[in-house]
Write a protein that binds this ligand. Sequence first.
Ligand code: ATP
Length: 497
Amino acid sequence: MSAPNMDVLVSLAKRRGFIFQSSEIYGGTGSCWDYGPLGVELKQNIKRVWWRDFVQERPDMVGLDASILMHATVWKASGHVDNFTDPMVDCRECKRRFRADQLGDMPWLHFCPATKGNKFTIPAGEACGHCNARRTLCPDCGKGELTAPRQFNLMFKTFMGPVEEDAALTYLRPETAQGIFVNFDNVLQSMRKKLPFGIGQIGKSFRNEITPGNFIFRTREFEQMEIEYFVNPGDVVDGRPADEYWHERWIADCMDFFRRYGLQPENLRLREHEKDELAHYAKRTVDVDYRFPIGWSELMGIANRTDFDLRQHSKGSGKSLTYFDEEKKEHVVPYVIEPAAGVDRTVLAMLTEAYHVEDVRGEKRVVLRFHPEVAPVKIAVLPLLKKREEIVSRCWELRDRLAARGWVTVYDDTAAIGRLYRRQDEVGTPYCVTVDVQTVGDAEKGEAGDGRVTIRDRDSMGQIRVPIADLETAFADLLGGAAWAAVAARYPAQAGS
Ligand code: ATP
């Protein structure tokens, strides 16, 4: 199955309540998106498993939730005021703006002199097949000259307090990392951590991107899941400097994380930053790229930031940000390994990966094969007949029971059963429970119910008959990672629909 194109995902996301354009009734904003009822569940699940796997389960990690607005000097010391810029060019004709470093990645409009000025759209980086020209003008209008690049600072400015004056100027954070660095000593003192240890944080960041776009891939407001992992650069682990050893470990752990929640190995790759691409403070940076609908692009970055940030903030604040090594009796400035992932890009990667179109007995089935841990809805309880009071009331009772176990469970009776299954497939619900006449019996005919319901598996469409009393155990197994076949083997199969 080839990857879906972006328009298909945008349309499904809107239609099924995952992601809406921000302020749509006012014509929408260029680069902001709102997560709808299913999108917010998906996003929360991603953040929850990340937090659990990287912060809560590891003895060498703690968490933090720093504020978005910080002392303005933080951004001076961190280098963001002077260096957090992208080179921008403007078209003198249509006035559009572009990132100079991305011009080569864009298809371009060309009025070809060799074909009496016919208009062609030429793929990124290619020359015109007729006149052999390469792009020099505006890629969008094909006519305007571009200005020389100017550096544009990506930080959003704002004012703290009621007076709009320079003294009150500060910024919305463009990354969550700095909140961790400035709290390094607070965490060290309060938690008595020993090196190596890390601090994880999830939160909003803001960048006034010159060319946002590609749905939630590049927006001006987004969420990050970041870790700053502090190591003693003087230590040696497995014969290597500790920072290099831990950098490798974090690269492996991050790749494992994405694979664990469903991204296929063939859609993930590591990309080493070239020397001339490295930030001036970075010793080494490796990106995890994903094969998005727009092609291979960055999902996260894992950088060795050396001791740059702690030294800068120490200089800027006048406070010592060191660690006292009890054994060597010396103060060290730790090196920092920074695994920095985007929540929204992870949502997009998981949506892309999950999307499948299948042919089922001559009909098209769209199914989102989410990992059960990230699926927005875990179970749908469906009545075979919505006019039978006993069936409906039993469905609601089961919905409430399963929801009380912490599994997001919905009830739906707005269509016939086949249609209801397809709708749940399309939002990635791993399991459906169906209550039918056999379950509740028929009082008028004096027939007792068998007290069993059907569980249907999204991926195989297999169905089993399970006693109601067993439901919680069966779902604890299934949602806890047991294979469908293993659980299904315990119960009689049911002919599928
Ligand atoms: P890019 O090169 O794509 O602009 P970056 O290298 O500047 O990204 P980092 O500063 O390393 O990004 O941020 C870490 C992660 O935060 C990125 O890998 C990405 O997942 C996410 N991220 C950064 N900028 C954006 C954005 N504008 N919209 C959505 N996610 C973003």
